[in-house]
Design a protein around this ligand. Structure first.
Ligand code: TNX
Length: 538
Protein backbone atom coordinates (compact mmCIF):
# COMPACT_ATOMS: atom_id res chain seq x y z
CA UNK A 1 0.00 0.00 0.00
CA UNK A 2 1.30 3.40 -0.91
CA UNK A 3 2.05 5.79 1.95
CA UNK A 4 -0.60 8.28 0.76
CA UNK A 5 -3.24 5.55 0.70
CA UNK A 6 -2.35 4.44 4.20
CA UNK A 7 -2.52 8.05 5.32
CA UNK A 8 -5.89 8.69 3.74
CA UNK A 9 -7.44 5.51 5.10
CA UNK A 10 -6.05 6.30 8.53
CA UNK A 11 -7.59 9.74 8.23
CA UNK A 12 -10.86 8.17 7.16
CA UNK A 13 -10.90 5.82 10.13
CA UNK A 14 -9.88 8.69 12.39
CA UNK A 15 -12.60 10.99 11.21
CA UNK A 16 -15.25 8.27 11.41
CA UNK A 17 -14.02 7.58 14.92
CA UNK A 18 -14.76 11.17 15.82
CA UNK A 19 -18.09 10.91 14.06
CA UNK A 20 -17.26 13.82 11.76
CA UNK A 21 -19.49 14.05 8.74
CA UNK A 22 -18.36 16.11 5.82
CA UNK A 23 -21.50 17.95 4.81
CA UNK A 24 -20.57 18.29 1.20
CA UNK A 25 -23.89 16.95 -0.06
CA UNK A 26 -26.30 19.54 -1.44
CA UNK A 27 -27.88 21.93 0.99
CA UNK A 28 -31.63 21.62 1.60
CA UNK A 29 -33.41 24.41 -0.33
CA UNK A 30 -34.22 27.35 1.92
CA UNK A 31 -37.94 26.98 1.21
CA UNK A 32 -37.83 23.48 2.75
CA UNK A 33 -36.60 24.84 6.07
CA UNK A 34 -38.05 23.82 9.42
CA UNK A 35 -37.78 27.21 11.09
CA UNK A 36 -39.96 27.77 14.18
CA UNK A 37 -41.47 30.31 14.53
CA UNK A 38 -42.26 30.39 10.83
CA UNK A 39 -40.76 33.44 9.09
CA UNK A 40 -42.72 35.98 7.10
CA UNK A 41 -41.21 35.09 3.71
CA UNK A 42 -38.60 32.74 2.32
CA UNK A 43 -37.29 32.72 -1.27
CA UNK A 44 -34.84 30.31 -2.90
CA UNK A 45 -31.87 31.21 -5.07
CA UNK A 46 -29.30 29.00 -6.77
CA UNK A 47 -26.26 27.54 -5.04
CA UNK A 48 -25.25 27.52 -1.40
CA UNK A 49 -22.87 29.04 1.12
CA UNK A 50 -20.29 26.84 2.81
CA UNK A 51 -19.43 27.81 6.36
CA UNK A 52 -15.92 26.63 7.26
CA UNK A 53 -13.30 27.35 9.86
CA UNK A 54 -12.05 30.10 7.53
CA UNK A 55 -15.34 32.01 7.38
CA UNK A 56 -14.86 35.60 8.55
CA UNK A 57 -17.40 37.60 10.57
CA UNK A 58 -17.84 41.25 9.65
CA UNK A 59 -19.67 44.02 11.53
CA UNK A 60 -21.20 46.84 9.50
CA UNK A 61 -22.64 49.62 11.67
CA UNK A 62 -22.38 50.43 15.36
CA UNK A 63 -19.87 47.91 16.70
CA UNK A 64 -21.06 48.19 20.31
CA UNK A 65 -24.46 46.84 19.28
CA UNK A 66 -23.17 44.25 16.81
CA UNK A 67 -20.20 42.70 18.64
CA UNK A 68 -22.29 40.96 21.33
CA UNK A 69 -24.28 39.21 18.58
CA UNK A 70 -21.09 38.18 16.78
CA UNK A 71 -19.81 36.76 20.07
CA UNK A 72 -23.04 34.77 20.46
CA UNK A 73 -22.61 33.42 16.93
CA UNK A 74 -19.01 32.38 17.60
CA UNK A 75 -20.01 30.60 20.81
CA UNK A 76 -22.84 28.84 19.02
CA UNK A 77 -20.67 27.48 16.20
CA UNK A 78 -17.70 26.31 18.22
CA UNK A 79 -18.82 23.25 20.25
CA UNK A 80 -19.99 21.08 17.35
CA UNK A 81 -17.42 22.22 14.76
CA UNK A 82 -14.37 23.31 16.67
CA UNK A 83 -14.29 26.43 14.44
CA UNK A 84 -12.80 29.45 16.10
CA UNK A 85 -14.42 31.96 13.77
CA UNK A 86 -12.54 35.24 13.49
CA UNK A 87 -13.78 38.71 12.75
CA UNK A 88 -12.48 40.84 9.88
CA UNK A 89 -12.85 44.47 8.81
CA UNK A 90 -13.97 43.56 5.32
CA UNK A 91 -13.91 40.72 2.83
CA UNK A 92 -15.41 39.61 -0.46
CA UNK A 93 -15.93 35.90 -0.02
CA UNK A 94 -16.60 33.35 2.72
CA UNK A 95 -17.95 36.08 4.99
CA UNK A 96 -20.94 36.51 7.28
CA UNK A 97 -21.94 40.14 7.55
CA UNK A 98 -23.86 41.45 10.55
CA UNK A 99 -25.32 44.76 9.47
CA UNK A 100 -27.13 47.35 11.56
CA UNK A 101 -28.85 49.59 9.05
CA UNK A 102 -28.67 53.23 10.08
CA UNK A 103 -31.70 54.58 8.20
CA UNK A 104 -33.63 51.37 8.65
CA UNK A 105 -37.34 50.96 8.05
CA UNK A 106 -37.22 47.75 10.09
CA UNK A 107 -39.09 47.50 13.39
CA UNK A 108 -37.32 46.24 16.55
CA UNK A 109 -36.75 42.51 16.28
CA UNK A 110 -37.19 42.43 12.52
CA UNK A 111 -34.37 41.08 10.32
CA UNK A 112 -33.43 39.94 6.82
CA UNK A 113 -30.99 37.15 5.96
CA UNK A 114 -29.55 37.07 2.45
CA UNK A 115 -27.50 34.05 1.47
CA UNK A 116 -25.44 33.56 -1.69
CA UNK A 117 -22.39 31.50 -2.57
CA UNK A 118 -19.91 34.00 -1.16
CA UNK A 119 -21.68 35.54 1.81
CA UNK A 120 -24.45 35.52 4.34
CA UNK A 121 -25.77 38.89 5.42
CA UNK A 122 -28.03 39.45 8.41
CA UNK A 123 -29.44 42.95 8.57
CA UNK A 124 -31.62 44.59 11.21
CA UNK A 125 -32.27 47.91 12.89
CA UNK A 126 -31.21 46.81 16.38
CA UNK A 127 -29.28 44.13 18.24
CA UNK A 128 -32.45 42.19 18.98
CA UNK A 129 -33.15 41.91 15.24
CA UNK A 130 -29.63 40.62 14.57
CA UNK A 131 -30.00 38.16 17.43
CA UNK A 132 -33.27 36.89 15.96
CA UNK A 133 -31.52 36.47 12.62
CA UNK A 134 -28.85 34.37 14.33
CA UNK A 135 -31.54 32.17 15.89
CA UNK A 136 -32.98 31.58 12.42
CA UNK A 137 -29.57 30.86 10.95
CA UNK A 138 -28.94 28.33 13.68
CA UNK A 139 -32.05 26.43 12.58
CA UNK A 140 -30.70 26.34 9.01
CA UNK A 141 -27.71 24.41 10.32
CA UNK A 142 -27.52 20.73 11.30
CA UNK A 143 -29.31 19.60 14.46
CA UNK A 144 -25.97 18.42 15.86
CA UNK A 145 -25.05 22.09 16.21
CA UNK A 146 -27.25 22.09 19.33
CA UNK A 147 -24.97 19.57 21.00
CA UNK A 148 -21.33 19.47 21.94
CA UNK A 149 -20.12 16.45 19.92
CA UNK A 150 -17.75 17.35 17.09
CA UNK A 151 -19.80 16.20 14.12
CA UNK A 152 -19.46 18.71 11.32
CA UNK A 153 -16.48 20.01 9.37
CA UNK A 154 -18.35 22.23 6.92
CA UNK A 155 -21.91 23.56 6.92
CA UNK A 156 -23.78 24.10 3.66
CA UNK A 157 -26.61 26.61 3.69
CA UNK A 158 -28.78 27.02 0.61
CA UNK A 159 -28.87 30.43 -1.06
CA UNK A 160 -31.93 32.65 -0.88
CA UNK A 161 -33.52 35.25 1.34
CA UNK A 162 -35.54 35.24 4.55
CA UNK A 163 -37.48 38.32 5.56
CA UNK A 164 -38.98 38.17 8.96
CA UNK A 165 -40.68 40.25 11.61
CA UNK A 166 -42.70 39.50 14.71
CA UNK A 167 -46.46 39.84 14.76
CA UNK A 168 -46.43 40.77 18.46
CA UNK A 169 -43.82 42.93 20.21
CA UNK A 170 -44.26 41.10 23.54
CA UNK A 171 -43.58 37.37 23.36
CA UNK A 172 -43.34 36.07 26.88
CA UNK A 173 -42.72 33.04 29.01
CA UNK A 174 -43.51 32.95 32.74
CA UNK A 175 -41.82 30.76 35.32
CA UNK A 176 -43.36 30.32 38.76
CA UNK A 177 -40.39 30.17 41.12
CA UNK A 178 -42.65 30.59 44.17
CA UNK A 179 -44.49 27.26 44.40
CA UNK A 180 -41.21 25.45 43.84
CA UNK A 181 -37.96 27.36 43.86
CA UNK A 182 -35.55 27.00 40.94
CA UNK A 183 -31.86 27.87 41.05
CA UNK A 184 -30.22 30.70 39.12
CA UNK A 185 -28.66 28.03 36.86
CA UNK A 186 -32.08 26.54 36.12
CA UNK A 187 -33.47 29.96 35.26
CA UNK A 188 -30.53 30.61 32.94
CA UNK A 189 -31.15 27.26 31.27
CA UNK A 190 -34.78 28.28 30.68
CA UNK A 191 -33.55 31.60 29.25
CA UNK A 192 -31.31 29.69 26.81
CA UNK A 193 -34.25 27.56 25.69
CA UNK A 194 -36.79 30.33 25.19
CA UNK A 195 -34.28 32.60 23.41
CA UNK A 196 -34.00 30.00 20.63
CA UNK A 197 -37.69 30.57 19.88
CA UNK A 198 -37.49 34.37 19.83
CA UNK A 199 -39.14 35.00 23.19
CA UNK A 200 -38.26 38.51 24.39
CA UNK A 201 -39.87 38.74 27.86
CA UNK A 202 -39.28 36.51 30.88
CA UNK A 203 -41.90 36.98 33.60
CA UNK A 204 -40.78 35.67 36.99
CA UNK A 205 -43.56 34.93 39.48
CA UNK A 206 -41.46 35.80 42.53
CA UNK A 207 -43.95 35.52 45.37
CA UNK A 208 -46.96 33.47 46.30
CA UNK A 209 -48.56 31.84 49.34
CA UNK A 210 -45.87 29.17 49.48
CA UNK A 211 -42.78 31.30 49.08
CA UNK A 212 -41.18 34.73 48.81
CA UNK A 213 -38.22 34.44 46.44
CA UNK A 214 -36.61 37.85 46.11
CA UNK A 215 -34.50 39.57 48.75
CA UNK A 216 -35.98 42.90 49.83
CA UNK A 217 -33.42 44.62 52.03
CA UNK A 218 -35.91 46.84 53.88
CA UNK A 219 -38.11 43.83 54.81
CA UNK A 220 -35.55 41.07 55.46
CA UNK A 221 -37.92 38.52 56.97
CA UNK A 222 -39.72 38.17 53.63
CA UNK A 223 -36.98 35.84 52.50
CA UNK A 224 -35.63 34.77 55.91
CA UNK A 225 -39.04 33.39 56.84
CA UNK A 226 -41.13 33.57 53.68
CA UNK A 227 -38.46 31.88 51.56
CA UNK A 228 -37.94 28.92 53.91
CA UNK A 229 -40.15 26.37 52.24
CA UNK A 230 -42.20 25.49 49.16
CA UNK A 231 -45.03 23.21 48.02
CA UNK A 232 -44.57 19.81 49.60
CA UNK A 233 -42.37 21.19 52.41
CA UNK A 234 -39.00 21.27 50.61
CA UNK A 235 -36.39 23.80 51.62
CA UNK A 236 -37.47 26.57 49.22
CA UNK A 237 -34.98 29.34 48.69
CA UNK A 238 -34.72 32.85 47.29
CA UNK A 239 -32.59 35.02 45.03
CA UNK A 240 -30.35 37.57 46.65
CA UNK A 241 -30.47 40.93 44.90
CA UNK A 242 -27.09 40.10 43.33
CA UNK A 243 -28.44 36.83 41.96
CA UNK A 244 -31.57 38.51 40.61
CA UNK A 245 -29.42 41.15 38.87
CA UNK A 246 -27.33 38.33 37.43
CA UNK A 247 -30.49 36.72 35.99
CA UNK A 248 -31.63 40.07 34.58
CA UNK A 249 -28.22 40.66 32.94
CA UNK A 250 -28.09 37.12 31.54
CA UNK A 251 -31.56 37.53 30.06
CA UNK A 252 -30.53 40.89 28.62
CA UNK A 253 -27.53 39.28 26.95
CA UNK A 254 -30.09 37.21 25.02
CA UNK A 255 -32.29 40.25 24.31
CA UNK A 256 -34.85 39.16 26.89
CA UNK A 257 -36.44 41.62 29.33
CA UNK A 258 -37.28 40.38 32.83
CA UNK A 259 -40.72 41.23 34.25
CA UNK A 260 -40.72 40.63 38.02
CA UNK A 261 -44.03 39.82 39.68
CA UNK A 262 -45.03 40.36 43.28
CA UNK A 263 -48.53 38.94 43.52
CA UNK A 264 -50.86 41.12 45.65
CA UNK A 265 -53.11 41.52 47.62
CA UNK A 266 -53.94 37.80 47.51
CA UNK A 267 -51.38 34.99 47.11
CA UNK A 268 -49.44 36.65 49.95
CA UNK A 269 -49.25 34.07 52.73
CA UNK A 270 -45.44 33.95 52.62
CA UNK A 271 -45.35 37.70 53.37
CA UNK A 272 -47.99 37.35 56.09
CA UNK A 273 -45.96 34.56 57.70
CA UNK A 274 -43.02 36.95 57.91
CA UNK A 275 -44.82 40.15 58.89
CA UNK A 276 -48.01 39.68 60.88
CA UNK A 277 -48.63 43.47 60.71
CA UNK A 278 -49.75 42.97 57.11
CA UNK A 279 -52.31 40.33 58.06
CA UNK A 280 -55.96 41.34 58.52
CA UNK A 281 -56.55 38.02 60.35
CA UNK A 282 -57.28 35.11 58.13
CA UNK A 283 -57.26 31.38 58.41
CA UNK A 284 -54.72 29.37 56.52
CA UNK A 285 -56.06 26.05 55.22
CA UNK A 286 -55.07 23.44 57.79
CA UNK A 287 -53.76 20.99 55.25
CA UNK A 288 -50.38 22.36 54.26
CA UNK A 289 -50.06 24.82 57.16
CA UNK A 290 -46.60 24.65 58.77
CA UNK A 291 -46.49 26.44 62.14
CA UNK A 292 -43.03 27.18 63.48
CA UNK A 293 -41.58 28.91 66.48
CA UNK A 294 -40.87 32.46 65.52
CA UNK A 295 -40.44 33.98 68.99
CA UNK A 296 -36.69 34.44 68.56
CA UNK A 297 -37.32 36.30 65.32
CA UNK A 298 -39.61 38.69 67.17
CA UNK A 299 -42.36 38.27 64.62
CA UNK A 300 -45.76 39.76 65.30
CA UNK A 301 -48.31 37.41 66.80
CA UNK A 302 -50.63 37.82 63.81
CA UNK A 303 -48.14 36.12 61.51
CA UNK A 304 -49.62 33.13 59.71
CA UNK A 305 -48.08 29.68 59.51
CA UNK A 306 -46.03 28.97 56.40
CA UNK A 307 -48.02 27.13 53.77
CA UNK A 308 -46.94 24.19 51.62
CA UNK A 309 -50.25 23.09 50.06
CA UNK A 310 -51.67 24.13 46.70
CA UNK A 311 -54.98 25.79 47.54
CA UNK A 312 -55.42 29.28 46.14
CA UNK A 313 -57.37 32.33 47.23
CA UNK A 314 -57.15 32.24 51.04
CA UNK A 315 -54.70 35.06 51.78
CA UNK A 316 -54.82 38.84 51.57
CA UNK A 317 -52.81 41.83 52.68
CA UNK A 318 -54.63 44.16 55.04
CA UNK A 319 -55.75 46.81 52.56
CA UNK A 320 -56.73 49.30 55.29
CA UNK A 321 -53.39 49.82 57.00
CA UNK A 322 -50.76 52.44 56.14
CA UNK A 323 -48.02 49.90 56.89
CA UNK A 324 -49.30 47.81 53.97
CA UNK A 325 -48.69 50.67 51.54
CA UNK A 326 -45.27 51.33 53.07
CA UNK A 327 -44.54 47.66 52.40
CA UNK A 328 -45.78 47.82 48.80
CA UNK A 329 -43.80 51.00 48.20
CA UNK A 330 -40.57 49.53 49.59
CA UNK A 331 -40.91 46.28 47.67
CA UNK A 332 -41.65 48.01 44.37
CA UNK A 333 -38.90 50.60 44.91
CA UNK A 334 -36.29 47.91 45.49
CA UNK A 335 -37.55 45.86 42.53
CA UNK A 336 -37.48 48.89 40.24
CA UNK A 337 -33.89 49.66 41.29
CA UNK A 338 -32.74 46.33 39.87
CA UNK A 339 -35.13 45.99 36.93
CA UNK A 340 -34.21 47.84 33.72
CA UNK A 341 -37.32 46.65 31.84
CA UNK A 342 -40.49 48.75 31.58
CA UNK A 343 -42.90 46.50 33.54
CA UNK A 344 -43.51 45.53 37.14
CA UNK A 345 -46.19 42.85 37.54
CA UNK A 346 -48.37 43.43 40.59
CA UNK A 347 -50.47 40.26 40.37
CA UNK A 348 -54.04 40.90 41.46
CA UNK A 349 -55.42 37.43 40.68
CA UNK A 350 -57.71 35.29 42.80
CA UNK A 351 -57.91 37.67 45.75
CA UNK A 352 -60.93 35.72 46.89
CA UNK A 353 -60.87 36.93 50.50
CA UNK A 354 -60.39 40.61 49.63
CA UNK A 355 -63.69 42.46 49.26
CA UNK A 356 -64.00 44.15 45.86
CA UNK A 357 -64.42 47.49 47.66
CA UNK A 358 -60.99 46.91 49.23
CA UNK A 359 -59.41 45.26 46.19
CA UNK A 360 -60.10 48.18 43.84
CA UNK A 361 -58.41 50.95 45.86
CA UNK A 362 -55.53 48.60 46.66
CA UNK A 363 -54.82 47.87 42.99
CA UNK A 364 -55.12 51.58 42.19
CA UNK A 365 -52.60 52.50 44.90
CA UNK A 366 -50.22 49.74 43.84
CA UNK A 367 -50.35 50.99 40.23
CA UNK A 368 -49.70 54.56 41.40
CA UNK A 369 -46.57 53.38 43.22
CA UNK A 370 -45.31 51.61 40.08
CA UNK A 371 -45.96 54.77 38.06
CA UNK A 372 -44.23 56.92 40.70
CA UNK A 373 -41.08 54.81 40.23
CA UNK A 374 -41.23 55.24 36.46
CA UNK A 375 -42.54 51.84 35.38
CA UNK A 376 -45.74 50.43 33.92
CA UNK A 377 -47.91 47.89 35.69
CA UNK A 378 -48.90 44.48 34.48
CA UNK A 379 -51.65 42.70 36.38
CA UNK A 380 -53.74 39.55 35.98
CA UNK A 381 -57.05 40.28 34.25
CA UNK A 382 -58.97 40.94 37.49
CA UNK A 383 -56.99 44.20 37.75
CA UNK A 384 -59.34 45.70 35.17
CA UNK A 385 -62.02 46.04 37.91
CA UNK A 386 -59.85 48.90 39.15
CA UNK A 387 -59.21 52.13 37.31
CA UNK A 388 -56.20 51.43 35.12
CA UNK A 389 -53.39 53.91 34.67
CA UNK A 390 -52.28 54.76 31.15
CA UNK A 391 -50.02 51.97 29.98
CA UNK A 392 -51.13 49.35 32.52
CA UNK A 393 -51.50 45.99 30.79
CA UNK A 394 -54.06 43.37 31.86
CA UNK A 395 -52.95 39.77 31.47
CA UNK A 396 -55.93 37.84 30.15
CA UNK A 397 -55.77 34.37 31.72
CA UNK A 398 -59.34 33.52 32.64
CA UNK A 399 -62.12 35.96 31.90
CA UNK A 400 -62.69 37.65 28.55
CA UNK A 401 -65.06 40.05 30.32
CA UNK A 402 -62.11 41.35 32.37
CA UNK A 403 -60.05 41.79 29.20
CA UNK A 404 -62.94 43.79 27.78
CA UNK A 405 -63.05 45.97 30.91
CA UNK A 406 -59.37 46.80 30.30
CA UNK A 407 -59.90 47.50 26.60
CA UNK A 408 -62.85 49.76 27.38
CA UNK A 409 -60.52 51.80 29.56
CA UNK A 410 -58.16 52.20 26.60
CA UNK A 411 -55.59 49.68 27.86
CA UNK A 412 -53.96 46.72 26.15
CA UNK A 413 -54.04 43.06 27.09
CA UNK A 414 -51.38 40.39 27.18
CA UNK A 415 -53.00 37.09 26.24
CA UNK A 416 -52.32 33.95 28.28
CA UNK A 417 -55.57 31.97 28.08
CA UNK A 418 -55.29 29.11 30.59
CA UNK A 419 -56.98 26.71 28.17
CA UNK A 420 -54.27 27.23 25.52
CA UNK A 421 -51.09 28.62 27.05
CA UNK A 422 -50.87 27.21 30.59
CA UNK A 423 -47.90 24.90 30.39
CA UNK A 424 -48.75 23.36 33.77
CA UNK A 425 -51.89 21.85 32.26
CA UNK A 426 -51.55 18.13 31.57
CA UNK A 427 -51.22 16.96 27.96
CA UNK A 428 -53.88 14.30 28.50
CA UNK A 429 -55.35 12.20 31.30
CA UNK A 430 -52.23 10.01 31.46
CA UNK A 431 -49.77 12.86 32.11
CA UNK A 432 -48.15 12.37 35.53
CA UNK A 433 -47.15 15.99 36.17
CA UNK A 434 -49.36 19.05 36.04
CA UNK A 435 -52.92 20.05 36.80
CA UNK A 436 -56.01 20.01 34.63
CA UNK A 437 -58.44 22.52 36.06
CA UNK A 438 -58.48 24.57 32.83
CA UNK A 439 -58.03 21.85 30.20
CA UNK A 440 -55.90 19.06 28.90
CA UNK A 441 -53.65 20.80 26.39
CA UNK A 442 -52.19 18.61 23.67
CA UNK A 443 -49.67 19.97 21.20
CA UNK A 444 -52.27 20.83 18.56
CA UNK A 445 -54.46 22.59 21.16
CA UNK A 446 -51.52 24.81 22.03
CA UNK A 447 -51.05 25.60 18.33
CA UNK A 448 -54.54 25.88 16.84
CA UNK A 449 -55.76 29.18 18.19
CA UNK A 450 -55.15 32.85 17.61
CA UNK A 451 -55.12 35.77 20.06
CA UNK A 452 -57.62 37.64 17.87
CA UNK A 453 -60.18 34.82 18.09
CA UNK A 454 -60.53 34.67 21.88
CA UNK A 455 -63.34 37.19 22.07
CA UNK A 456 -64.96 39.39 19.46
CA UNK A 457 -64.16 42.47 21.55
CA UNK A 458 -60.44 41.65 21.79
CA UNK A 459 -59.02 42.91 18.52
CA UNK A 460 -55.50 42.89 17.12
CA UNK A 461 -54.78 46.47 18.19
CA UNK A 462 -55.82 45.70 21.77
CA UNK A 463 -53.26 42.92 22.09
CA UNK A 464 -49.74 43.66 23.31
CA UNK A 465 -48.61 40.08 22.94
CA UNK A 466 -48.76 36.46 24.05
CA UNK A 467 -47.27 34.76 27.11
CA UNK A 468 -47.14 31.12 28.19
CA UNK A 469 -46.95 30.65 31.97
CA UNK A 470 -45.50 27.60 33.70
CA UNK A 471 -46.97 27.35 37.20
CA UNK A 472 -44.97 25.06 39.44
CA UNK A 473 -47.28 23.47 42.01
CA UNK A 474 -46.32 20.05 40.59
CA UNK A 475 -43.03 20.95 38.89
CA UNK A 476 -39.89 20.44 40.96
CA UNK A 477 -36.84 20.35 38.69
CA UNK A 478 -35.29 21.18 35.32
CA UNK A 479 -36.33 17.94 33.61
CA UNK A 480 -39.94 18.50 34.63
CA UNK A 481 -39.83 22.10 33.41
CA UNK A 482 -38.59 20.85 30.03
CA UNK A 483 -41.23 18.13 29.83
CA UNK A 484 -44.14 20.49 30.43
CA UNK A 485 -42.69 23.15 28.09
CA UNK A 486 -41.69 21.06 25.09
CA UNK A 487 -43.08 20.69 22.55
CA UNK A 488 -46.03 23.00 23.44
CA UNK A 489 -43.89 26.02 24.16
CA UNK A 490 -42.68 26.01 20.53
CA UNK A 491 -46.32 26.06 19.37
CA UNK A 492 -47.15 29.11 21.47
CA UNK A 493 -43.93 30.84 20.42
CA UNK A 494 -45.14 30.54 16.81
CA UNK A 495 -48.60 31.87 17.73
CA UNK A 496 -46.85 34.92 19.19
CA UNK A 497 -44.42 35.50 16.32
CA UNK A 498 -46.13 34.41 13.11
CA UNK A 499 -49.26 36.05 11.77
CA UNK A 500 -52.39 33.95 11.66
CA UNK A 501 -52.61 33.78 7.83
CA UNK A 502 -49.19 32.12 7.62
CA UNK A 503 -49.76 29.46 10.22
CA UNK A 504 -51.14 25.98 9.76
CA UNK A 505 -50.89 22.78 11.76
CA UNK A 506 -49.67 20.58 8.86
CA UNK A 507 -46.68 22.79 8.24
CA UNK A 508 -45.99 23.32 11.94
CA UNK A 509 -46.11 19.63 12.85
CA UNK A 510 -43.76 18.70 10.00
CA UNK A 511 -41.29 21.39 11.04
CA UNK A 512 -41.60 20.44 14.69
CA UNK A 513 -40.62 16.82 13.98
CA UNK A 514 -37.29 18.12 12.71
CA UNK A 515 -36.85 20.09 15.94
CA UNK A 516 -36.97 16.89 17.96
CA UNK A 517 -33.53 16.04 16.50
CA UNK A 518 -32.31 19.38 17.81
CA UNK A 519 -33.83 18.65 21.23
CA UNK A 520 -32.21 15.21 21.26
CA UNK A 521 -28.85 16.86 20.59
CA UNK A 522 -29.48 19.22 23.53
CA UNK A 523 -30.51 16.32 25.76
CA UNK A 524 -33.91 17.94 26.34
CA UNK A 525 -36.59 15.97 28.19
CA UNK A 526 -39.57 16.60 25.92
CA UNK A 527 -43.01 15.00 25.67
CA UNK A 528 -43.36 12.64 22.70
CA UNK A 529 -46.74 13.87 21.57
CA UNK A 530 -48.87 11.30 19.70
CA UNK A 531 -50.18 14.22 17.63
CA UNK A 532 -46.92 14.13 15.69
CA UNK A 533 -47.37 11.39 13.12
CA UNK A 534 -44.10 9.62 12.45
CA UNK A 535 -43.57 7.56 9.31
CA UNK A 536 -43.28 3.83 9.97
CA UNK A 537 -39.68 2.71 10.13
CA UNK A 538 -39.13 -0.01 7.49
C1 TNX B 1 -54.31 29.88 38.54
S1 TNX B 1 -53.38 31.97 36.68
C2 TNX B 1 -53.47 30.79 39.14
C3 TNX B 1 -52.21 30.34 39.75
C4 TNX B 1 -52.10 28.85 39.74
C5 TNX B 1 -52.57 28.30 38.40
C6 TNX B 1 -52.41 26.83 38.27
C7 TNX B 1 -53.46 32.79 37.88
C8 TNX B 1 -53.37 34.19 37.62
N1 TNX B 1 -53.63 32.16 39.06
O1 TNX B 1 -52.11 30.83 41.06
O2 TNX B 1 -50.78 28.51 39.96
O3 TNX B 1 -53.91 28.65 38.24
O4 TNX B 1 -52.73 26.39 36.99
Amino acid sequence: MKISKILSSTLLIFSFGLGIISCSEKAVPLSENHIIPKPLSVTDAGGSFALTGETKLIAVGNAADINPVIAIFQTMIKPSTGFDLQTAESGESNVIVFELESASQKSPGEYTITINETSIKISASNGEGLFNGVQTLRQLMPASLEGTALTVDKIQIAAGQIQDKPEYGYRGFMLDVARHFFSVEDVKHVIDLVAKYKINYLHLHLSDDQGWRIEIKSWPLLTQIGGKTEVGGGEGGFYTQEQYKDIVAYAQSKYITVVPEIDMPGHTNSALAAYGQLNPGITVPEKGAVPFDRTELGVDGMATPLYTGIEVGFSTLDTDKDITYQFVDDVIRELVEMTPGPYIHIGGDESLVTELEDYIPFMEKAQAIVTKYGKKSLGWDEIAHAKLETGTVAQFWAKAENAVLAINQGNQVLVSPATKTYLDMQYDSTTQLGLHWAAYIELDDAYNWDPTELDSAVKRENILGVESPLWSETITNREEIEFMMFPRFAAIAEVAWTKKELRNWESFSERLKKHTARWDAMGLNYYKSPRLVWEEKK
